[in-house]
Write a protein that binds this ligand. Sequence first.
Ligand SMILES: Cc1ncc(COP(=O)(O)O)c(C=O)c1O
Length: 439
Amino acid sequence: MMRPQIHTPLPGPKAQALLARDRAVISNSNSHPLPLVPESGEGAWLTDVDGNVFLDMMAGIAVNTTGHAHPAIVAAVTEQSKKIIHTCSTLFPHEPLPTLAERLVKRLGGGYRCFFGNSGTEGIEAALKLARYTTHRPYFLAFAGSFHGRSAGSVSLTASSSKYRKGFGPMAYPVTHVPYPNPYRPALGASADSIGDAVLEHIRTLFKTSLPPEDVAAVVFEPIQGEGGYIVPPKGFFKALQSLMSEYGILMIADEVQTGAGRTGKFFAFEHEDMATPDIVVMAKGLASGYPLSATLFKEKLNTWPAGAHGTTFGGHAVSAAAAMVTLDLLDGGLVANAASVGGYLIERMKEVAAEFPRLGDVRGRGMMIGLEFITDPASRGEDEALRDRVMKTAYEAGVLTLSAGANALRLAPPLILDKAQADIAVRTLADVIGRATA
Ligand SMILES: Cc1ncc(COP(=O)(O)O)c(C=O)c1O
């Protein structure tokens, strides 16, 4: 069985040399949370330029659905590249795009259209423009702690860190942010049980005082808040939100960029919520197993914009679409179920670790979207960013890759092919690392 193998001090000599060149030529805006320089990958394993082998528990930020270099993905993109790499799909429709769109629309139960782009941000931009175009309303609602992208439009929604906005104001879109219903850190003076109702009440008050609901085009929401800390909302919240929004004709835009494509153990994360299908659903990250692709899926009745009103040169790239077709096959062939079962197992085992180490204050998630929140002590639940960073760095030094989320959480978002034995390696390593970091 494969296991993490670290032969050199980290970063190794080759990695150090490349990192130095990178620092000298690449934009400062790139953040390198860990000094890793990958060279190749296979399944859930990543090998760096110095031959060190890591278990990949973050999958390129929840992207590599089918793992690294899945043979069926490699074969599909190779075959597609021999036929058509690019002709611009908004000018000349070609397979596999219509088939891919049909498959995605079918998953929503029919009655939707699809606009393909290249990234999560682009998918969200399309949704914002469409919501404005169809409702003729100026304002948007979104959640504190959310991440929806970094272009001028999407960053107007993003509120997970002020570093994304500092120096870029004023924002392009007028967005009112309300607290995300976080049961571990309930805002508005509420409790874990009442936070969902408190947020809804807060929105009703806004509608009465400062935000005329008839002027709100849409609310944009993450069914599990990702970058903000992998926060699972209380049961029934989004169904109740949908009901409130429907009173005023406000569109529901589900940002499934990180949660979609099976990550949470269902194809779409909103399927956990017992709600009607949202008006607009945006997918990206995991959809094409690492190839750039977004899909903005919207209700047929919203399809009123004329030809050329929105578009893209590379969006719906043929090679990405070929990768997405195989990704969907593999998801249907067992990976969604694997995300639910091995992900559920990981959550249970990490809860056992939390019972042993109280400064791992919360373990939460669905499927293979798992958040670990680190605190100074259980009584105050103080956010311990330094401890989280130490755990992330020490886990990397032990050969397990994780990634931060929010102020003090760590995310586990492995490829959906992760098996139980690999999950055990992650749990054992994290337990050891957390034990040492909190000793
Ligand atoms: C929920 C969500 N929406 C949108 C985005 C933006 O996607 P991209 O980085 O592909 O533009 C992200 C990226 O992390 C995300 O997590």
